[in-house]
Design a protein around this ligand. Structure first.
Ligand code: ZN
Ligand code: ZN
Ligand code: ZN
Length: 255
């Protein structure tokens, strides 16, 4: 399995519009963070988790010329704002795009993108094939690839992370139940969100994420959904245990 980090930034991205802090002014390419998304190439399939407002730019940058499915963690706009751009794949592949999400998330997509779901569609609008994720307890299949849901809380909002083979991806969480942690245990690579140092109402802090990862002890772990408030990539990473790295946009890993 090959994984490419399409974006690793929090909802505003890094740099933040109008901000002149040291991180936003950094010339290190690893301090430029688009909104979170990850591309999985697994069992011959090309699958993206979340398509935020930077989706088009990310797909162009990584030359993703084929996409088999989209899977959503939750309905926040920094994760869903790029849905319209799947039209490129509709045109290229001449088929509807399978979209997997929980029913609540699908309802939100129906409201925000009413033209996609309209009975009488305008020509050329995105074509989706909806697949509700109905259980957070049992696996679902995305184009034949097994996804195990990992239930997390994002303040009070239930969101999903996923385990695919020995790869776990959990973003926008600040609580994982003991059962969710057990589902992640034994995986080779874990990606977890870590927003900043100070406490936040809906995201793990760096210290909270590190504590979870030290307990789960995967071979490698990567932090994502990073704010400009976390600090410069190079300086933050130097303080971390060697098996935990900060993800950055364009990072590719293989399992
Ligand atoms: Zn987010
Ligand atoms: Zn800044
Ligand atoms: Zn969110």
């Amino acid at each position: 399995m090959d994984i490419t980090f399409l974006g690793t930034g929090t909802s505003q991205g890094v740099p933040v519009i109008g901000c002149s802090c040291a991180v936003c002014r950094s010339v290190d390419y690893r301090d430029k963070r688009l909104r979170v998304s990850v591309h999985l190439q697994v069992q011959g399939k090309s699958i993206i988790i979340d398509s935020g407002p930077d989706f088009r730019q990310q797909a162009l940058r990584e030359q993703i010329d084929h996409l088999d499915a989209l899977v959503f963690t939750h309905e926040h706009k920094d994760h869903t704002g790029g849905l319209d751009d799947i039209r490129a794949y509709n045109f290229r592949q001449q088929q509807d795009m399978p979209v997997h999400a929980e029913p609540r998330v699908l309802d939100q997509l129906r409201r925000e993108y009413s033209y996609i779901f309209a009975e009488h569609k305008y020509p050329g609008v995105p074509q989706v094939e909806v697949h509700p994720i109905i259980s957070d307890d049992s696996s679902f299949w995305v184009e034949g690839v097994e996804f195990q849901p990992i239930r997390a809380l994002h303040y009070k909002l239930p969101v999903l992370g996923f385990r695919v083979e020995n790869f776990c991806y959990v973003t926008d969480a600040n609580y994982l139940s003991p059962e969710a942690l057990e589902r992640m245990r034994g995986s080779e690579v874990i990606v977890l969100n870590a927003l900043r140092h100070e406490e936040h109402i809906s995201h793990f802090t760096l210290a909270e994420a590190v504590a979870i990862l030290e307990d789960l002890a995967p071979s490698r772990a990567y932090l994502t959904h990073i704010s400009h408030q976390l600090g410069r990539h190079r300086e933050v990473e130097a303080e971390l245990p060697s098996f935990i790295r900060l993800a950055y946009d364009g990072l590719r890993i293989s399992l």
